[in-house]
Each structure stands twice: as C-alpha cells, then as structure tokens.
Design a protein around this ligand. Structure first.
Ligand code: IDP
Ligand code: MG
Length: 151
C-alpha cells in the first residue's frame, strides 16, 4: 500500500446531468481525501495535452470537443484525491472505459452512454496510474492550488 494521488474530472455530461453530488458521495466510500478542486473551462491545448495518448484514434476530434464541453456545458470539475492506492480504488468505482461494458453499479455503468458520434460519454475521468496522475495533476493544477505541496 502506498499513498498516491489521482486526478478525477467530472466531465461536461456529468455536470449537465447534475451528477456532481452523486459522484462525490460515491467516491467518499474510498475514504480518500480531496486535496484540490476547481471548475475549469477546458482549452483545446489542455484537452489535446490531457488526451495526447489518443491522438491517433479516429474518435480523437470528437473526444476533444466532448471534454471542451461543446456538446453539454463548457465546464469540467477537476478534483485531486489522495490516499492509499488512490488510483485503483477510484478506477474501481468509476468502472470500465466503455459504459456498455462497465459494471452496472459503477459510475460509468450507471450514467454513461455511447453516442452515435462514436464517443464514450462516460461522465468521469480518473487517472490510470500514479505516473499518469502526476503528469495530469501538473497539467491541471498549479502547486499552490493543492492543499499540500504534492508536486
Ligand atoms: P479511460 O478514460 O478509462 O482512462 P482512455 O483510453 O484513457 O480511457 O480514453 C479516454 C477517453 O476517451 C474515455 O474516457 C472515453 O471518453 C474516450 N474513449 C476511449 N476509448 C474510446 C473508444 O474506443 N470509442 C469512443 N470513445 C473512447
Ligand atoms: Mg485514460
């Protein structure tokens, strides 16, 4: 067991569907601590950097428009969780990337959908590993926006 951080984003569909409270309540079962939180208007630069690993995918353009809020609202709620095994605990509650394959009681299984445009609108993002979490948190937050100086 080791202390980790994890970036969670409530994506624009999650905000429009008024799921913020549900998602934060569900994540509180992990007993992890929130050490950073803010509403962000996602720029193209931030979106493309965040999803750089998917640049070659055919759905990349739609994914960028989705996270920028072009289909819902131009807001994302960014949260940083910290605690033991944060990424694994959060990813379990969040569920699989494809909402049709996600556990029905996971956040994505409950609230996500596959659009005819070909994007998985899966309500929430969570870092996949501690390495990714560090990269993502540095991208989304300045050090002084986090409770402790983490990075
Ligand atoms: P993750 O969000 O579970 O870590 P990633 O592979 O990092 O999954 O993909 C980032 C986001 O891109 C997903 O959350 C989803 O919104 C979208 N996405 C990933 N794979 C597909 C796909 O095959 N079709 C449509 N959208 C996808
Ligand atoms: Mg990912």
């Amino acid at each position: 067991m080791k202390v980790e951080q994890c970036l969670v984003l409530i994506k624009p569909d999650g905000l429009v569907k008024s799921l913020t409270g549900d998602i934060i309540s569900k994540l509180s079962e992990t007993q992890l601590v929130i050490v950073g939180a803010k509403i962000v208007q996602v720029t193209k630069e931030l979106a493309e950097e965040h999803y750089q690993h998917l640049r070659e995918e055919k759905f990349f353009g739609e994914l960028i428009r989705y996270i920028m809020g072009e289909f819902h609202t131009k807001r994302v709620l960014a949260l940083v969780y910290q605690g033991e095994d944060a990424t694994a605990k959060i990813r379990k509650i969040v569920g699989a990337t494809n909402p049709e394959l996600a556990e029905p009681i996971s956040i994505r299984g409950k609230y996500g959908r596959v659009t005819t445009r070909g994007v998985f609108e899966n309500v929430v993002h969570a870092s996949e590993s501690q390495k990714e979490a560090e990269r993502e948190i540095k991208l989304w937050f300045r050090p002084d926006e986090l409770v402790n100086t983490i990075f």
